[in-house]
Structures are given as C-alpha cells and as structure tokens.
Write a protein of this length. Structure first.
Ligand code: PEP
Length: 247
C-alpha cells in the first residue's frame, strides 16, 4: 500500500507559518514526486487556507480532533463536518495529549472516529503505552486493549488509519528500538486481521514518536510500518520534506 506521512502541527502555527507550508509545497512540486501520500494537520485556524493551498500541490490536510456531534451547543469544540467543510480529508482522534489533557477514553475516541467517518473523513486513531506500562511488560496488552476499544466496527467497511505512538517517545527524542516497533506493529496487524480479515491487512499502521530525518528511513522500512505521524519535525518544511523523501 502507498505509505502515508502525516504532520501534526499540534498547537503551533500562526498565519506566518503558511510560508513554511508554501515552502513544503514548492519542494514537493519541484522535486521528484513523493512515493507517499502527504498530509498536514494544522491548528483549525489554518486549516481552510492550508487546504486551499494544499489542493494545488497534492498535500492533504486534517484536523487534530473532532467532537462526536455534527453541531450543537458545544462551545469551543469543532465537528468533523466542519473540518470536512474546511477542506480536510483526515482527522486525528485519541492523540495521547488529548487522552491526557482532556481525559479522553477509548469509548469517546471510538465515537469520534465514527463521527469522522460519517463526515467523510478518514480518522487517524492513536494508541500507545506510557513508559511505566512498557517497563511493566504491559505495552502490547495496553495498546491491544486501546485498539480493540478505540477502533469502531465501521473499519470493516470504511478507511481508517491507526497510529502507534508510544507516549514516552512523543517529543522526547527517544524512540523504541526497531525491533520493538516491528514487534508492536506486527501484534497490531495480527489483531486487525483477526477482527477485520483481509480488510485488517490493508489498514495503514503509522509509527509516531520522535520520527526525524535521521531515523525516518530505518523506521519506515520496518514490516507493517505503513507511514509516520510526525510532530515536531513536521514544523519545518526542510525536515518534513526529508522525512517524506525517506519513503
Ligand atoms: C505526535 O505528537 O504525534 C508526535 C509524533 O510528536 P513528535 O514527532 O514531536 O514526537
């Protein structure tokens, strides 16, 4: 399957940052065509402008979260329909920062994924263990349970993407060994195939957590790693482009 590289800008980026996006677009359109699908999930304030610019250069866009409802009295929230209306194709749900900062549960994440699918978006469903859970030998059990409860049954007939992001690797410069990544992605693939059959074999499994130009190539070569979810290194066009070129 064609790999997918997604940038997660988190709560970073003002209007001036669209220059960085324009630089990426220009690198992508003047260089060799990328061997992967490229998407950026900017803050919602930049989504519509980025989606318009991205349409010209083949860069897709996504939101970083959505509400379970389509609209209504939910001050400060944003719905999947609004993200789609602004031009998004994807939405990240269940990022560990939202699970930690906003107490999001697997069940809520699953319902957000369903809302995303109903709006025509592809949800990028995040799972990942804490350092304490890994140290306790619980990583596969914890991530497997998150997968079971966060991925909706609708994945049997709709496109979803899973991102394995060990919490302790996010923004820390630390990553699991290639062997550990391969083991986790293999375990996730087995569970997806068990639940969804052939369809489970075709679900993209992204790795996220301190992916950088220096380690992207080797991570992206690991079995069952079908792309990356990139935080910090997606903010600068040259770094993100280097990761894209690692595919
Ligand atoms: C992320 O937050 O999704 C992420 C992978 O962050 P970073 O690349 O900065 O570790």
């Amino acid at each position: 399957m064609t790999p997918l590289i997604v940038g997660n800008w988190k709560m970073n980026g003002l209007g001036a940052s669209l220059g960085e996006f324009a630089d990426l677009a220009s690198l992508l359109t003047t260089g060799e065509p990328p061997r992967c699908i490229v998407a950026i999930c900017p803050p919602a304030t930049l989504l519509s402008q980025m989606a318009d610019q991205g349409a010209l250069s083949g860069i897709l866009t996504g939101g970083q979260d959505c509400h379970v409802a389509q609209n209504g009295a939910h001050t400060g929230d944003i719905s999947a329909a609004m993200l789609a209306d602004a031009g998004a194709q994807f939405v990240i749900v269940g990022h560990s920062e939202r699970r930690a900062d906003h107490g999001e549960t697997d069940d809520l994440v699953r319902r957000k994924a369903v809302a995303a699918l109903a709006a025509g978006l592809t949800p990028i469903i995040c799972v990942g263990e804490t350092e304490a859970e890994r140290d306790a030998g619980q990583a596969e059990a914890v991530v497997g349970a998150q997968l079971a409860a966060s991925v909706p049954d609708e994945a049997a007939s709709h496109e979803v993407v899973i991102a394995y992001e060990p919490v302790w690797a996010i923004g820390t410069g630390r990553t699991p060994t290639n062997e550990e990544i391969g083991q986790m992605h293999g375990a996730l693939r087995a569970r997806l195939v068990e639940r969804f059959g052939d369809r489970g074999a075709a679900i993209r499994l992204l790795y996220g957590g301190s992916m950088k130009p220096i380690n992207a190539r080797e991570i992206l070569m690991i079995d069952n790693v079908d792309g990356g979810l990139v935080g910090g290194a997606s903010l600068l066009a040259k770094d993100f482009y280097a990761i894209i070129c690692s595919v």
